[in-house]
Write a protein that binds this ligand. Structure first.
Ligand code: ZN
Ligand code: ZN
Length: 286
């Protein structure tokens, strides 16, 4: 199911008003959209100016406001306040149903950051998910099970990947995929191979933890399986904790190091180009 350019603009604008406690001045609303990176920018809509010397995307949102008022989704508040109405909130709820089944592609104009914020997906549960995988991996290794160790490019079947529960997706993971990623890194930390760890019991290699560079919670947004060994990095415990709990500066340093070392592979599994800046925003480290 597709959502039109205009519907996406309405959704972003109305959602921003909700976030701003129902309404605010025009410049505050546009600043909110800008600072949270909700809307795509390119040379045509960001660099180019209208005849009134305004950025095109800003002008577009102001224009849509008139349509939203005409439809009863917004009203004119005092002192030119942009305000959402009850009907507007209802409309956002209706669009959110459709957003769950949207197919992403060239005609998606809101960004990954918007989608993520809309569904309140956080990086924190992602760490819990990594830990769960680590546990499965440990149990499997401890029981000395034989794993498939051939490097494979095969994604997991789509049906196996996600289980919907409410708005949150729970992804089933096959520990063999993560194990292949660790083998590929030679059981070394991919931030710095000199980072120390300890020898894992019942094995001849160092203990390392798997980390998904593009969070699993973004699976629906990108519309591809992110549970791929190309997206999984081997990290020492210290680096892994830092990437989830460190300062913005440190998170950016670690992310850029990982991404630049595997940029082409990451873009190829996503099926599109992604910038470092977009990944920083996903990690809330922009
Ligand atoms: Zn992680
Ligand atoms: Zn490390």
């Amino acid at each position: 199911m597709q959502m039109s350019h205009q519907e996406q603009k309405w959704l972003v604008l109305l959602y921003s008003l909700i976030k701003l406690d129902g309404g605010s001045q025009r410049k505050t609303v546009l600043k909110h959209i800008q600072e949270n990176g909700y809307w795509y920018k390119n040379d045509q809509n960001d660099i180019c100016r209208t005849t009134r010397n305004e950025k095109v995307w800003r002008n577009d949102f102001s224009f849509e406001r008139q349509h939203l008022v005409a439809n009863g989704y917004m009203c004119n508040g005092e002192h030119g306040l942009w305000k959402i109405t009850e009907a507007g909130k209802e409309y956002v709820r209706a669009l959110s149903q459709r957003l769950q089944n949207i197919s992403f592609g060239d005609s998606t104009y809101f960004t990954a950051m918007f989608y993520q914020k809309f569904f309140q997906t956080e990086i924190q549960p992602e760490f819990t998910a990594d830990q769960l995988l680590l546990e499965q991996l440990s149990q499997a290794e401890d029981s000395q099970d034989e794993f498939l160790t051939v490097l494979s490019d095969k994604p997991m079947p789509k049906g196996l990947v996600s289980n919907r529960s409410g708005n949150k997706n729970i992804y089933l993971r096959d520990p063999a995929v993560a194990r292949r990623a660790l083998i590929r890194a030679g059981y070394r930390c991919e931030i710095d191979t000199a980072h120390t760890s300890f020898l894992r019991k019942n094995s001849s290699h160092l203990y390392m933890e798997p980390h998904h560079l593009i969070p699993m919670s973004m699976t629906d947004y990108f519309g591809v399986s992110l549970y791929r060994e190309q997206n999984i990095f081997s990290l020492c415990s210290n680096c892994h904790n830092q990437i989830h709990y460190g300062t913005k500066e440190d998170v950016r340093r670690l992310i850029s190091k990982l991404f630049l070392s595997r940029e082409q592979e990451i873009c190829s599994i996503l099926g599109r180009y992604i910038t470092l800046e977009e990944i920083y925003q996903i990690y809330k480290a922009a």
